[in-house]
Write a protein that binds this ligand. Structure first.
Ligand SMILES: Nc1ncnc2c1ncn2[C@@H]1O[C@H](COP(=O)(O)OP(=O)(O)OP(=O)(O)O)[C@@H](O)[C@H]1O
Ligand SMILES: [Mg+2]
Length: 348
């Protein structure tokens, strides 16, 4: 009896891609199935190929097909990447950059928002994804609080259309969760929401997608590292918090060999105080040198230092990142960091 395509598909539904907690058929990962007598060739699309999940799925496909269709068949699995196929929900996104930190409150969202703004100002197509379940703040910073993203259909499935303001595409976990529900959203629910924001959404063609990650080292960090093709991470620190163990832990997590995401560099926020009326003055109220030491230790550059300025808080609260509002030491620092990042990813 000849093997039918549907039998293969039914069997493949038993193969789970753990990072996304679903089977490879429903995740649309099957690119092609060829059947010749007792030989089955399955082409599977992975977010990226240098990931341990590829080997796990590979073995599981061979085992499951033999188990369901007979030990005498031969199975050939061909893994391809979304980028190679020019397919997959994020295929149009050239560079995904995750902004991370050890602890909360160091200015991760401020850095994400202004980095997105600076990249846009320097001519790139940019999106920002706010994945911070515990404190989504990107909607406020971009003046789209309370708005809802649109829904369109793709391959017969509803997907979200990011909101757009100042020419930047925006999606946030904050569109779907009330502040007082945040704690309940930890764990797998948060992880699912994160996956939906990433892939059940229509980002279109972007040069950069900036992700404002939750602080620390949880489920979402692992999912991001394992199942998406991330160009690199930017680590935000402040001079007084840089020595803390959690900064190193966060950095090391993304750097673990099996995750293979490059740490592109450190952005030191609140480096010094610059009064608005004396833009040339620098007061190092939290001390100096700690970020350089960490950068040395991790062998990555300090991409830039952002001064403390009152205007940052004002502009953040009023819905337009400071880099878009005026030219001052903070916006200049962000423009400089954006330039460095662009050169870095061009060389990668
Ligand atoms: N360079 C700066 N100068 C002045 N204020 C700043 C600066 N950077 C951040 N802030 C302010 O500090 C507060 C915390 O910043 P932000 O929300 O960006 O931090 P976060 O790391 O994202 O925090 P959370 O962990 O709560 O998400 C905000 O009110 C912000 O406006
Ligand atoms: Mg934040």
């Amino acid at each position: 009896m000849s093997i039918k395509r549907q039998q293969v598909i039914d069997a493949l539904k038993q193969v789970i891609f753990f990072a996304k907690q679903n089977n490879i058929v429903d995740l649309n990962m099957i690119d092609d199935i060829e059947i010749k007598d007792k030989n089955i060739k399955v082409t599977i699309i992975f977010p990226k190929l240098d990931d341990p999940a590829v080997g796990i799925v590979y073995n599981s496909v061979v085992k499951t097909l033999k188990q369901e269709l007979g030990d005498d068949i031969t199975v050939d699995v061909k893994p391809v990447s979304e980028a190679d196929r020019g397919r997959g929900p994020l295929a149009g996104v050239k560079n995904i950059i995750a902004v991370i930190s050890g602890k909360g409150g160091v200015g991760k969202s401020t850095v994400s928002a202004n980095l997105a703004a600076a990249l846009m100002k320097s001519g790139s197509k940019v999106g920002i994804l706010d994945a911070d379940v515990l404190g989504p703040s990107v909607p406020i910073m971009f003046g789209v609080e309370g708005q809802q993203p649109g829904v369109i259909e793709r391959d017969g499935k509803p997907v979200m259309l990011p909101l757009e303001n100042y020419g930047i595409k925006i999606l946030s976990i904050g569109f779907f969760v009330k502040p007082d529900q945040a704690l309940m959203w930890r764990g797998s629910m948060a992880n699912n929401a994160f996956n939906q924001l990433m892939t059940d959404s229509e980002w279109g063609n972007l040069d950069f997608l900036i992700i404002d990650m939750p602080p620390g080292t949880g489920d979402i960090q692992l999912t991001l590292a394992q199942s998406y093709n991330i160009k690199g991470t930017v680590l935000v620190t402040t001079p007084q918090k840089v020595a803390a163990a959690d900064v190193r832990r966060a950095a090391m997590m993304y750097r673990q060999e099996k995750l293979t995401i490059p740490l592109l560099g450190i952005v030191e926020n609140m480096s010094y105080f610059t009064p608005s009326d004396m833009p040339d003055k620098k007061y190092y109220i939290f001390g100096q040198g700690a970020s350089d030491q960490l950068a040395n230790e991790l062998n990555i550059p300090v991409l830039g230092r952002i001064p403390i300025m009152e205007k940052v808080v004002e502009t953040g609260d009023s819905g337009m990142p400071i880099t878009l509002v005026e030219d001052n030491p903070v916006s200049r620092a962000f423009m400089d960091i954006a330039g460095k990042l662009k050169r870095m990813v061009e060389d990668m």
